[in-house]
Design a protein around this ligand. Structure first.
Ligand code: AMP
Length: 491
């Protein structure tokens, strides 16, 4: 707990009480948006290894009976892969999939996208896939099967928006590629204690590099990360990586450097969301930089919110009642159903909620971008191992964080655009919802609303996704919360 107390250090009691009267905590200005990478170590992956033996394994069902539209260019025929054997994978990779990952067959998006990725001429791919439907496997398997194990040089590069996501993807790569002998390295912000400037390091020889854009650019500019043998470049959460408000400049810089060094490098762009503007930009830039056509895979907007996750709204009279709902209803009932992530809009809001819940005697941990990297790693590790049940998070974990035991997501603050706080951030909403109900599991999302602005934002979200979000009323009814969880299939 001590580590997380630091999350509360910057905010005083006085501010807390003031905020409940006038302004919401989330409205207090942030120095930095919490979806970006922080700065630069190579964390020791051993210490980050997740012991999931205590978590138990349940049978998985493929969530995806939705319509996925694949748009292929050129005349290469692709056949959907019913079994992993249909993909021409090495025996080592098949062993990784069956023995280590314990997968039985490809999910729907894997069945459709893997043949497009693996069949020569290995065209570029822009792929949208539901949250939790198995997209990591698509690009990790793509990277592992395109690398030549005999060539000691970087051949695959995966770029992610946060160090947490880079570490998580690296864990999947290490597990899936366990029998291949393929080498890998993380390129993420270094912890100041172990920091060795890149100029003082030998050139990178690992075959797969997974990292965040700032560190990758730094390595590239220092000429330590050679691009000439690069066969495959992956952008995870590609819409954010190429959005103007995201990492567009670094991402484009990396793409251009790779295209210059190795024109035939394949580019894969994966995300659960691509709004129209980003989609247009992504398609244009891929075509312009690599001067080639590309394949696409898309899901209808209405189908994106996961069917298996029930969404609810709760009208609370004020901010204090939001805390009461979390304490008396969600945490009490949530204990019976699995783990919970509570999303807040700002570091300040995270700190205040953390403080309130801890002072009421609840054990919660909190993650946000201003924490030290080793604390961030520790909090994630404890949550992934099931040692903690409730995690408060800024949007740092909104995208990609994969923890099967998360059944409940609470939007303590609704997601809004940073530049226009009355406008919902639809993509972030969808990504937050996607933290529950991984790979077709059941889940519930509670949106806590407490004023007209929240109502307006919720209304826009419902309209955008063409979804009627059920209300749990009154806000303090134990019975109604139980019914909501029953209807979500969790009780
Ligand atoms: P992702 O969308 O890649 O984060 O994957 C969501 C979850 O589904 C992860 O926990 C994966 O381990 C799991 N998963 C992915 N592909 C499969 C598969 N073919 N069979 C069973 N589980 C899978």
């Amino acid at each position: 707990m001590a580590d997380n107390e630091s999350a509360t250090a910057s905010t005083t009691d006085q501010e807390a009480s003031k905020s409940t009267e006038t302004k919401r905590w989330a409205d207090v200005a942030e120095e930095e948006q919490d979806v970006a990478e922080a700065s630069s170590t190579e964390p020791k992956l051993d210490s980050l290894a997740i012991d999931d033996s205590r978590l138990g394994h349940s049978t998985l069902t493929d969530p995806d009976d939705s319509s996925i539209e694949a748009v292929t260019s050129g005349d290469t025929p692709y056949t959907s892969a019913k079994r992993f054997e249909d993909l021409n994978l090495s025996p080592e990779l098949l062993k990784g999939l069956y023995v280590e990952m314990k997968f039985e067959k490809p999910s729907k998006i894997q069945a459709i996208s893997l043949p497009m990725i693996l069949t020569p001429p290995n065209k570029n791919l822009i792929a949208q896939a539901h949250n939790g439907s198995g997209k990591t496997t698509c690009f990790v398997l793509g990277m592992l099967s395109r690398v030549d194990p005999k060539l000691t040089a970087p051949q695959a590069l995966c770029i992610c928006p946060t160090r947490e996501l880079a570490i998580q993807n690296m864990e999947v790569l290490l597990k899936m590629g366990k029998f291949t002998g393929i080498t890998s390295e993380l390129a993420i912000p270094a912890d100041p204690a172990n920091y060795i400037p890149i100029q003082k390091r030998p050139p990178i020889t690992a075959q797969v590099i997974i990292g965040t854009p700032g560190t990758i650019c730094k390595w590239m500019l220092a000429k330590k990360l050679g691009m000439s043998q690069m066969k495959i470049l992956v952008f995870d959460e590609a819409d954010h990586m190429l959005a103007e408000s995201g990492f567009r400049d670094d991402s484009v810089k990396i793409m251009k450097a790779i295209a210059k060094a190795n024109f035939s490098c394949q580019v894969l762009l994966f995300s659960a969301t691509f709004d129209d503007a980003v989609k247009a930009f992504v398609s244009k830039i891929v075509e312009e930089i690599f001067v080639r056509d590309y394949n696409q895979m898309f899901v209808k907007k209405e189908e994106l919110s996961l069917e298996s996750v029930k969404q609810y709204k709760v009208h609370c009279p004020d901010e204090l009642s939001k805390i009461m709902v979390i304490k008396d209803r969600i945490l009490e009932l949530g204990e019976k159903v699995g783990q919970t992530i509570i999303f807040v809009r700002s570091r300040n809001s995270a700190a205040m909620l953390h403080k309130s819940l801890v002072s009421l005697g609840y054990e919660v941990t909190t993650i946000q971008g201003a924490l030290k990297q080793e604390d961030r790693d520790k909090i994630i590790k404890e949550f992934k191992e099931g040692l903690t049940q409730v995690l408060i998070s800024t949007d740092l974990l909104a995208r990609g964080f994969d923890q099967k035991q998360v059944n409940l997501v609470v939007n303590f603050d609704l997601p809004v655009r940073y530049d226009r706080p009355t406008e919902p951030d639809y993509e972030v909403y969808l990504h937050r919802v996607g933290r529950a109900g991984r790979f077709g599991r059941k889940g519930a999302v509670f949106n806590l609303l407490c004023d007209d602005r929240d109502d307006l934002i919720m209304g826009k979200i419902e309209k955008y996704f063409n979804a009627q979000i059920a209300e749990v009323a009154p806000w303090n009814s134990e019975k109604e919360f139980e019914v909501a969880l029953e209807n979500a299939g969790l009780l």
